[in-house]
Design a protein around this ligand. Structure first.
Ligand SMILES: Cc1cc2nc3c(=O)[nH]c(=O)nc-3n(C[C@H](O)[C@H](O)[C@H](O)COP(=O)(O)OP(=O)(O)OC[C@H]3O[C@@H](n4cnc5c(N)ncnc54)[C@H](O)[C@@H]3O)c2cc1C
Length: 380
């Protein structure tokens, strides 16, 4: 058993960390205040191969393993978890296009996805269905040219910002087998957006409802086969869960590093606060929890990469554990900064807000427990 990162994996991590510190961290707070991420950032990330992290090299992607991809999200989240998580959604869409798109669809969308001239959003959740995603109602009626979509999607990261949307919609009867996936271009007739959601965290990512009113989608924009859309949508989720956990991990690492240095400078009762044993114990507890989270995440990524039969269970366990550990750690880091932790200038309160949603999306942490328990019961 080898717990070390390969030289190549370490280089991927270092490249992402350096880019994040130079190009993202200095702007993270301004982007949060602006409520958007400048589109010019994406081609720079794409130049590093981050537009198609796990799209195969033969298709022009970076062909990274899921473990290596988590390192990218961890490293970028040290600069800003909101930006890092947004990139993860685009990457999930790019991989779906590679895996299930026809040659024509790939030729039309993959190059722009990889160069990030086009940013992609993933539209599964609806106002009436979140955890129970297979109950979605957005209807795709057959027309002479393709489909007319009617319905709405809720909480869409990049809604009204993205250039194209991977939309799960109902072409058949009830249940998962009646669901298909199509690509809808920004500007398609009948496509509109709700107002900007006023969120606790992830504020630099615009989140809106995406609405379809007989929205015209060409038949050639069907991803793969009709009736398979739910399977495609779920297939990306194991990896998506690892990525979101990696975003929590990276942010917690950054918060802990900032806290360590702050505690060496801040004086109370005639000495620096890092001299109080009660606080040293808190530091140790955070380090222990962070290490456990890191090992668990990387093991789950390794399981997914090696096709282990219990990979889904491990991805769910890692998502739950790491996102909760990450939130606990950034909250403790805020506490150790005293009143300054509560001020935006120190950057810690943003992390507390940004990380909270990681327990809710890519499957809530209750759903993660359901997955784990289901595997346990089945293996009994
Ligand atoms: C900021 C943000 C960005 C998002 N971005 C996207 C996006 O880009 N694309 C997209 O498709 N979606 C996105 N989502 C939606 C997200 O995936 C859903 O919010 C999530 O799946 C939960 O669904 P829900 O909000 O409808 O909660 P519900 O499913 O209504 O759940 C409510 C509560 O009940 C619990 N619960 C539900 N069912 C069970 C059960 N069987 N057993 C035990 N507990 C249960 C849940 O865990 C939760 O605590 C985003 C959400 C947010 C907040």
């Amino acid at each position: 058993m080898d717990f070390a990162l390969s030289e190549e994996a370490q280089a991927v991590f270092d490249m992402a960390r350096d880019f994040g510190q130079a190009e993202i961290a200095p702007h993270a707070q301004a982007w949060e205040r602006a409520g958007t991420i400048p589109k010019e950032l994406w081609p720079k990330l794409a130049a590093l191969g981050f537009g198609g992290l796990y799209v195969s090299e033969e298709k022009g992607g970076s062909g990274l393993s899921r473990l290596e991809a988590t390192l990218v999200f961890e490293a970028l989240a040290q600069a800003c978890p909101s930006v890092s998580a947004f990139l993860s959604i685009h990457n999930m869409c790019a991989k779906m296009i590679e895996l299930y798109g026809s040659d024509d669809l790939q030729a039309r969308y993959l190059p722009a996805a990889l160069s990030m001239e086009k940013f992609f959003s993933y539209c599964l959740t609806e106002p009436g269905s979140g955890s129970d995603a297979a109950a979605l109602k957005t209807r795709a009626e057959r027309t002479n040219e393709g489909y007319a979509l009617t319905g709405s999607k809720a909480f869409i990261s990049g809604g009204g910002y993205s250039d194209a949307y991977v939309v799960m919609c109902r072409t058949g009867g009830d249940g998962p087998k009646g669901i298909s996936a199509v690509i809808v271009d920004d500007g398609a007739p009948g496509l509109s957006f709700g107002g900007l959601e006023d969120k606790m965290g992830w504020r630099s990512q615009p989140t809106r409802q995406v609405q379809f009113d007989a929205c015209a989608v060409p038949a050639a924009n069907l991803l793969g086969e009709e009736g398979q859309g739910f399977r495609y949508a779920m297939a990306g989720l194991d990896g998506g869960r690892l990525n979101i956990a990696a975003c929590s991990l990276g942010a917690a690492e950054a918060a802990l590093a900032a806290t360590l240095s702050y505690m060496g400078e801040r004086q109370a009762f005639g000495r620096s606060i890092d001299q109080f044993q009660a606080l040293q114990f808190r530091l140790a507890d955070m380090e222990i929890e962070l290490e456990a989270a890191r090992v668990m995440l990387r093991q789950a990524a390794w399981k997914l990469d090696t096709g282990a039969p219990d990979a889904t269970k491990h991805c769910a366990m890692a998502k739950k554990f790491v996102t909760e550990a990450g939130s606990r750690i950034v909250d403790q880091c805020l506490q150790l900064h005293g009143g300054y932790g509560y001020l935006a200038d120190y950057g810690i309160e943003k992390l507390v807000r940004d990380l909270r949603v990681h327990q809710i999306l890519e499957g809530t942490n209750e759903i993660m427990r359901m997955i784990v328990a289901r595997h346990m019961l089945a293996a009994r």
